[in-house]
Ligand binder design. Structure first.
Ligand code: FMN
Length: 204
């Protein structure tokens, strides 16, 4: 059993994978970690699609500007921000903009849906790491946010059965690291990002 901070420290984006396959039991654990993530009033405005077929990996690699690790990963998890979930959860009937994102203009639901799906993505990446499985988040691709690769995105949405309220917001590539080496994290210094009481006031 690993300490969570140790997992966070050891995790890195991996873009080259070995031929070893991830078991369905491990995939279930990773997906379960995502399913159990917290969300705004428990709206759970997300869907996850497991991709194992080479045909769909190739298509998604094309959507992701030809990124090779998308088609070479053992498995992909397509992460969908589901705007429909807010209506189904009846949050859009609440007359308070602090609770109902639909009252924050046209983009309110979109922004919140994209925000919510980040939590399960993080949980899934960490669960994968705890199982010795590497990952990379893919955000550079065609979708409603970037407006690029429109034709391929249309094909992807049809093939993966997404409706017009469901946005493919990210892809997680999963696989075993082909050449595991320890790397140092390149991050801003602690005091550049963390303050006590007000920005610029040092905590430790
Ligand atoms: C929202 C998001 C989108 C990303 N998109 C891509 C991507 O399209 N392709 C890629 O290779 N890496 C992508 N990354 C990985 C980042 O480049 C990587 O997390 C960052 O450089 C820090 O390195 P580390 O993950 O190894 O710590 C993305 C990361 C995030 C959080």
């Amino acid at each position: 059993m690993s300490d969570i901070l140790d997992l966070i420290k050891s995790r890195k984006s991996v873009r080259k994978y070995s031929d070893k396959h991830i078991s369905d039991d491990d995939l279930k654990r990773i997906l379960e970690a995502g399913r159990l993530a917290p969300s705004w009033m428990n709206v759970q405005s997300w869907k996850f699609i497991l991709i194992k077929s080479q045909e769909n990996k190739n298509l998604l690699s094309e959507l992701a500007l030809g990124q090779v690790h998308v088609k070479n990963a053992d498995v992909l998890i397509v992460c969908v921000a589901d705007k429909l979930a807010w209506e189904q959860a009846k949050i859009t009937e609440i007359n308070n903009p602090a609770v109902n994102p639909a009252m924050q203009g046209n983009d309110g639901i979109l922004i919140r849906s994209l925000e919510q799906v980040i939590y399960p993505i993080s949980y899934m990446m960490l669960e994968a790491e705890s199982l010795g499985i590497s990952s990379c988040i893919i955000g550079a691709m065609g979708n409603e946010i970037t407006g690029t690769n429109e034709e391929i995105y249309k094909t992807v949405k049809e093939k993966l059965n997404l409706n017009d309220k469901q946005i493919l917001s990210a892809i997680i590539t999963l696989g075993y690291d082909a050449a595991p080496v320890k790397t140092n994290k390149t991050r801003k210094e602690f005091n550049d990002v963390i303050s006590l009481e007000k920005i610029g006031n040092i905590f430790i």
